[in-house]
Design a protein around this ligand. Structure first.
Ligand code: C5P
Length: 253
């Protein structure tokens, strides 16, 4: 008899930086008891190692050799909030350092190499095989988990994202600079050759749910995503129950 519980549930979420996808993904994962995975943190971990060890890119091949040589470990841990990935380098937890400004600046450069992406993609896909997961990034719906149970594109205008960033930093005086940085990061992520961030809009016809958070509060955006996922999960559970009872009926004849 088929085992209906073995297939893991995956929620894939893509979108540009500061559109709110990390916050939405984290809350959703914690509510559902799923693993929350920020794939950006994997790329960031490698940038951290390069910057702290003074590695310079001479070729994609040397970069991959460096990556393989490093003593990284990626462990799923249970925290008070929920399931998270802890990134350790030489046994030291480096997760708290991954969002430093310099790392945000250089990560798009590291993340553009096909062989580096392939290395991290394998880790991401292995995690999705083993855990119910909410995974966010740039190429999750298109490349990493094209068959994800749920797919979302979380968007917001560059201006809305820049104001949010400034509010977080409590410094509106740098709005123009922050806006320029956001646009530059979008450009690098969208125009690279390998696995670029694909832009979606409300008019794109695809199996991806497009959500523009520009004029929504965070709780509103979270609610929108949660409702869609909860309805989908209810349907999956109902289908599974019906399938099970059909099989039981067949067996009893
Ligand atoms: O999501 P986050 O802002 O932490 O990602 C940091 C950088 O990592 C992005 O700007 C992007 O260049 C890269 N990234 C990527 N593919 C992903 C996730 C992140 O290229 N799936």
């Amino acid at each position: 008899m088929a085992n209906f519980t073995t297939k893991k549930i995956s929620v894939a979420m893509d979108g540009p930086a500061s559109a709110g996808k990390s916050s939405i993904a984290r809350v959703l994962a914690d509510d559902l008891g799923f693993l929350y995975l920020s794939t950006g943190e994997l790329y960031r971990s490698f940038t951290y190692a390069c910057l702290n060890n003074g590695y310079y890119v001479t070729s994609p091949e040397t970069l991959l050799a460096v990556l393989r040589h490093l003593d990284f470990s990626y462990n799923v841990i249970d925290t008070q909030q929920g399931k998270r990935l802890q990134v350790a380098l030489n046994k030291k937890d480096i997760t708290p350092y991954l969002h430093e400004k310099n790392i945000s600046k250089f990560t798009p450069k590291v993340a553009c190499y096909p062989n580096i992406r392939a290395y991290f993609r394998q880790i991401q896909q292995d995690l999705a095989t083993n855990y119910d997961i909410v995974m966010e990034g740039r190429d999750i719906c298109s490349v990493v988990l094209p068959d994800a149970t749920f797919k979302f594109y979380i968007d917001a205008s560059p201006e809305a994202r820049a104001s949010r960033r400034c509010k977080q930093l409590n410094d509106i005086s740098n709005y123009d600079k922050v806006l320029a940085e956001i646009k530059q990061r979008d450009k690098l992520d969208m125009e690279r050759e390998t696995c670029p961030l694909k832009a979606y809009s409300a008019d794109t016809h695809d199996d991806i749910v497009y959500i523009d958070t520009s004029y929504k509060t965070l709780p509103e955006s979270i609610d929108t995503v949660k409702t869609i996922v909860q309805q989908g999960l209810d349907k999956i559970n109902l289908d599974n129950t019906q399938q099970k009872s059909t099989q039981l009926e067949k067996q009893s004849f």
